[in-house]
Ligand binder design. Sequence first.
Ligand code: NDP
Ligand code: MG
Length: 406
Amino acid sequence: MTDNTEHPRFHTGSHANSHGGHRRISIFGSTGSIGCNTLDVMAHLGGRDAFQVCAVSGRSNIDLLARQARECGAEIAITADEARYTQLKEALSGTGIEVAAGEAALIEAAGRDTEWVMAGIVGMAGLAPTLAAARRGADIALANKECLVSAGTLFQREIERAGGRLLPVDSEHNAIHQVFDRHQRDSVERIILTASGGPFRSFSSEEMARVTPAMAADHPNWSMGLKISIDSASMFNKALEMIEAMHLFDLRPQQIEVIIHPQSVIHSMVGYHDGSVLAQLGTPDMRTAIGYCLAYPQRPCLPVERLDFARLAQLDFEKPDETRFPPLRLARQAMEKGGLLGAILNGAKEIALEAFIEEKIGFLEMADIVETVMERLGAGVPAIDIQAVYEADAAARMLARELVGD
Ligand code: NDP
Ligand code: MG
């Protein structure tokens, strides 16, 4: 397991990559958990001998962003926060690395020619830069699940039109991608997303009502960013992943199952109509999924801990409880009604999550707020274009803010 306090070293490697030269790539959200793991994998796969980095980006962690830009020799470093431009500029003065700030700068950098892009920004803020990269035909390693949850088929259409590949980084979707037989897609009956169940798997509703942000941020198996850790505890993360999976693998809502698997060893499964179930297993380390996307269709050699089945001894499973974890039920509604309901669910969830982090609302109120917003705004509005997605997101945020009392 790695976390983002352990910064990867991006030394010049000694071996060129299998493509026989430099691959030009960009990493959006490089200062986050996914971003740090991406740089770590790149360092193991040849560092500057193998990769030419165009853009790295962050928001508030300027010291880390500047260090990453220097270490990987990036062409440009961008902070999403315009107020931090001067700080970044000073931190990179004399290096020749371009510095920029704000959303427009992120979009511009995402439009610069690269073969591969890591979409590792958290939340809806990741949609615009990822779309800019998708529209010019780059291969997209998608960690930012909000792109598919909010913009669904519209997002995929842009990728298909430009001809890039969409490679899922989310461990469950990456697992499915590894065992989903695209040549026999009619034989796929179902996919089974595994969920650790998070830290409150066996809590009663009364105990959950008293959960604090610090308790929710402490995930038992995975080391991740703050927001996704809390989303994992509330199961909003799994809700987003159900919608993400439906779009990614072009499935019907009924074909998507969720099973609680506390050890997080089976990352997800595909069930075929001959009764076979294929699974991908591994230790919970995001570098496996990131490396898979970086080297696809080859398999890179990665320094992740190997599974020791004798030590593991047993794997457990249990049915998820939709009463204690209503986000799963809300995801089903969003999948079945379709349209802009995914964008509405996500927009409301982002506001409710911020309000919980700021201790303005309780843990269980997050789902109440999202459900109310979905009921009031989600009457089957079709997703005509990306503009409609942004409008639905804005309306959901506004109503959710009212409900949290902002
Ligand atoms: P982190 O919070 O660790 O990192 C988020 C990154 O986005 C950081 O670089 C952060 O900058 C940047 N950022 C934050 N706010 C904005 C904004 N408004 N505009 C632009 N950039 C911003 O998140 P994770 O790395 O954990 O997650 C990233 C994405 O990947 C999420 O969508 C998450 O759901 C998904 N994901 C993550 C997994 C994981 O293991 N972490 C697993 C599966 C999916 P800074 O830190 O400098 O402020
Ligand atoms: Mg996941």
